[in-house]
Ligand binder design. Structure first.
Ligand code: FAD
Length: 382
């Protein structure tokens, strides 16, 4: 039985590793000709670190990531509002890692090539179209056709597989928030393993955390419009300008972190709208399914996008290994409601972004953990 995965992002590559680990023949096609380490920081929550550790990648994660020890909520003048321990310090059996997205993708790509074979990922090969019958799925690519027993659409936010299965979805749903993201060389702040969420006037938020010994990731979120359909395309690689960000942070003085330096000295600034989509009533049909952002794009406020794609990958492999004929249905039965709950929890967390008291913040983080299956007890017994 051969599975074809479309998309060599975090989700698609983890799916390839997970399928290979349970003895299923797998190949990946990727649109981009030469994958490069794009993006800035992302977080791997303990439930995702568990899966990657089971795949033997724990030491590699520890090498490229920073094990987050706490989240510190502060106001825009640096006064601490609430602190919450994370990862091992938060009672989990697995750390939470903050990593550079591109480095993680390159690590997964190298692992796939090493374990499955140098030609396991065909780059420069976009999926253009697909058809299926009872026996096979046929995927059209620029130089011909690839035939497989099952197809996993892990082709991200603008998934062609999703569009073929669910045509005419319309524009993405925009929260009205513009996000700027960047990476700066800077000495560690607070504990050196702290993720900071600083809340300012006008519901402007700065989220910042180290992703290396002296590399700090930051995100600034600014409400600029009423929520509604996204008028343009969402593009992860859209460049932004530091001055546009700093204009929203003029009155900020955290004290323990030079905000103007953090933003102004960034090697790279990217701009992105905070978007998601309503959960789908079904993901796949017959021999085709979806995974990661293709299945469930979500707001990044819970730092869960990559983590949920990684959990999808494990469940997909487990269900296909149990019974190839019913595996895709089993996978969707488990993961569709679970990820719909995360999409909803992220929206809820975003709606509560004006919370400022320790009590409110503690309740929000606790509710989020429960809704997303990340409660320490839930996770230990899962
Ligand atoms: C370039 C890039 C930069 C990003 N930067 C950030 C960031 O800074 N912060 C953050 O929180 N999240 C970022 N993300 C999103 C984040 O990686 C995902 O939300 C999360 O990891 C889930 O991953 P995924 O594998 O489902 O999707 P993605 O990581 O988006 O991967 C999808 C993959 O599919 C490929 N693809 C697309 N269409 C086709 C096709 N037709 N045929 C074959 N392959 C196709 C894409 O090239 C990509 O490699 C970025 C995504 C990308 C693609």
């Amino acid at each position: 039985m051969r599975v074809l995965v479309a998309g060599a992002g975090i989700g698609g590559l983890t799916a390839a590793l997970s399928l290979h680990a349970v003895g299923i023949d797998v190949a990946v096609i990727e649109r981009v000709r030469q994958p490069r380490p794009l993006g800035v920081g992302i977080n791997l929550q303990p439930h995702a670190v568990r899966e990657l550790t089971d795949l033997g990648l724990g030491p590699d994660l520890d090498r490229i990531g920073v094990a987050t020890a706490e989240i510190v909520y502060s106001d825009h003048l640096g006064n601490t509002l609430f602190t919450e321990p994370r990862g091992i310090a938060g009672g989990y059996r697995w750390p939470q890692y903050s990593v550079h997205r591109g480095q993680l993708q390159m690590l997964l790509l190298a692992a796939v090539r090493d374990r499955i074979g140098p030609h396991a990922v065909r780059t420069g090969t976009p999926l253009l179209d697909l058809t299926q019958d009872e026996d096979r799925v046929r995927v059209r690519v620029p130089d011909g056709e690839i035939v497989a027993d099952a197809l996993v659409g892990a082709d991200g936010l603008h998934s062609v597989v999703r569009e073929r299965l669910h045509p005419g979805q319309g524009p993405m749903r925009w929260s009205g928030v513009r996000m700027w993201r960047g990476v700066t060389e800077l000495p560690p702040f607070l504990s050196g393993r702290s993720m900071v969420i600083a809340l300012g006037p006008g519901n402007v938020e700065l989220i910042t955390y180290p992703i290396g010994r002296s590399t700090v990731n930051w995100v600034v979120m600014v409400p600029v419009a009423e929520p509604g359909p996204l008028p343009d395309e969402a593009n992860w690689n859209q460049p932004g300008r530091p001055d546009d960000v700093l204009a929203h942070l003029r009155d900020w003085a955290l004290g323990w972190l030079d905000v103007a330096g953090l933003i102004g000295n960034s090697a790279l600034v990217l701009e992105y709208p905070m978007v998601d989509r309503d959960p789908l009533p079904w993901w796949g049909r017959g021999r085709v399914t979806l995974l990661g952002d293709a299945a469930h794009p979500m707001y990044p406020v819970g730092a869960n996008g990559a983590s949920q794609a990684i959990v999808d990958a494990r469940v997909l492999a487990e269900e296909l290994a149990r019974d190839f004929a019913t595996g895709l249905t089993g996978y969707e039965r488990i993961r569709r409601p679970a990820t719909a709950a995360v999409v909803a929890a992220n929206r809820e967390m975003h709606r509560a972004s004006d919370a400022r008291t320790p009590g409110e913040l503690a309740r929000i983080t606790e509710t989020y953990r429960r809704a997303t299956g990340a409660d320490t007890h839930q996770l230990r017994s899962a």
